[in-house]
Design a protein around this ligand. Structure first.
Ligand SMILES: Cc1cc2nc3c(=O)[nH]c(=O)nc-3n(C[C@H](O)[C@H](O)[C@H](O)COP(=O)(O)OP(=O)(O)OC[C@H]3O[C@@H](n4cnc5c(N)ncnc54)[C@H](O)[C@@H]3O)c2cc1C
Length: 420
């Protein structure tokens, strides 16, 4: 499938390509002291200006902490990814000062209230009411467009005094004898650019890795991830159907062994379809022009009434970092840098936002003088366990959805039905 923006059809491969580590002539600081001409100071240095990194920065900034964000991309990633925010995540966005952004981009009236799990014949199995207030009083789940919200948060960072230095890629970091971190960034080099080895050197009390699933910071500090075993490829179609095409597709998780499918809103007028790759299919077959439109045809969509914004295969994975901080609690992982989970219960980005909240108050307390090492060490204890529960729940609930053996699927689906 050729996309208007020329992106490859398999996002995970694409992501790992661009994460290729810097291999220039500059010596690593372990192999000889290197000085960059451009030097900056801050309290906390965050790598990655995704939603998670920016929310952490804003929570810290609200308490007067000087935070810098370094981001390798020149602008916000333009394509949809995560689509659901839980009520407690929204509370954290509000605490970060993002009331206007939440009101404009998240808390909108949805055309549908329920997300229903169905069997192959479309009989309802489980009904999740998304609009129902969760424990915080806000809707259980609100749908949104990630690029729109991300762009709005980035703009707010400017007003809130959180500089985002774009075009800089994490290279390496070291802890100084006084306990502070020295972090090096190099100019992010795309294929067409020439890299002159320009660098910036940042001195900071802490380093926070919010640099996504292929985190270079996590790799640099050798933090391993536990793999819970689920790995499956899904064709993700983010669409903008025209008004004439309608908008009445019931939001559903369809447990059909012949083609496990998800239908969900994507924030605003967007609709998302997700189709699991079957064992005999290749990724390129799945993303072919013919297959993409054939998959949407049962829903009345074709090239005359629907625009496809994103048609890619995204691999659902179940990974959790073995620790969320280094031994001396000077480097922390948040968001996808720490974990990845299948989206069956929509908890991936939400877990990242919870990490941001759980880390921010600890760093604030530490910088204000509450310097027990237990406090910082308890970040991993709190978050890793919770994320593990989320990953296991997502795998458990994902099993009947992903099952391609009709007999087993039938049994799983029926046992879920009895559990209602
Ligand atoms: C390509 C892609 C597709 C996805 N599709 C879905 C989906 O369909 N459904 C779903 O539920 N979730 C999806 N997700 C996951 C969801 O978007 C994430 O859970 C969420 O974005 C996590 O936010 P984050 O801030 O932790 O990481 P990210 O949003 O990945 O942000 C990380 C940021 O760090 C920057 N960065 C990376 N490396 C460096 C470096 N070395 N130096 C400086 N900056 C760096 C990146 O450019 C990026 O801006 C997808 C994620 C990706 C990357």
């Amino acid at each position: 499938m050729s996309l208007p923006n020329g992106r490859t059809a398999h996002e995970n491969d694409n992501a790992s390509e661009v994460t290729a580590r810097f291999s220039g002539t500059t010596k690593g600081i372990h192999g000889g002291r290197r000085e960059a001409k451009l030097k900056r100071e801050c309290d906390i240095c965050i790598v990655g200006a995704g939603i998670v990194g920016m929310v952490a920065a804003l929570l810290l900034r609200k308490q007067g902490i000087l935070v810098h964000i370094y981001e390798r991309q020149a602008s916000v990633y333009p394509l949809p990814r995560a689509v659901a925010l839980a009520d407690d995540s929204i509370r954290l966005l509000l605490a970060a000062g993002l009331g206007v952004e939440v009101q404009r981009h998240v808390l909108k009236h949805h055309s549908q209230e329920d997300f229903i799990w169905r069997d192959k014949q479309q009989n309802p199995l489980v009904r999740l009411n998304m609009a129902q207030p969760g424990p915080t009083g806000l809707p259980n789940a609100s749908l949104f467009s990630q690029p729109n919200l991300e762009a709005a948060i980035a703009l707010y960072c400017e007003h809130a005094g959180v500089p985002i230095y774009r075009g800089w890629e994490f290279q390496d970091a070291v802890q100084e004898v006084d306990g502070r971190m020295t972090i090096f960034f190099t100019r992010y080099k795309t294929e067409k650019q020439i890299c002159y080895n320009a660098g910036v050197q940042v001195h900071s009390n802490f380093l926070v890795a919010a640099d996504g699933a292929n985190s270079s910071v996590r790799e640099h500090f050798g933090i391993d991830r536990e793999d819970y075993g689920l790995r499956s490829d899904w064709l993700i179609l983010d669409t903008l159907p025209s008004k004439t095409a309608g908008s009445d597709w019931p939001w559903s998780q369809i447990c059909d062994p012949e083609r496990p499918t998800t239908v969900i809103g994507g924030g605003g007028d967007r609709h998302r379809w997700e189709f699991m790759r079957l064992p005999h299919e290749t990724t390129s077959e799945l993303t072919s022009h013919k297959n993409v439109w054939a998959s949407l045809a049962p829903y009345g969509l074709d090239e005359t009434n629907c625009e496809i914004e994103r048609a890619v295969v995204y691999t659902f994975r179940s990974l959790n970092a073995r620790t969320y901080s280094t031994a001396r609690n000077s480097v922390f992982l948040i968001g996808d840098s720490a974990h990845q989970m299948p989206p069956f219960i929509g908890q991936g980005l939400n877990s990242g936002i919870r990490d941001a909240g759980a880390l921010a108050w600890r760093l604030i307390a530490h910088l204000r003088g509450c310097q027990s090492t237990d406090l910082l060490a308890s970040y991993t204890v709190e978050r890793r366990h919770h994320v593990e529960q989320m990953i296991k729940k997502a795998i458990e609930l994902g099993q009947p959805i992903c099952e391609t053996d009709a007999g087993i699927s039938e049994k799983m689906v029926r046992s879920n039905e009895e559990g209602l």
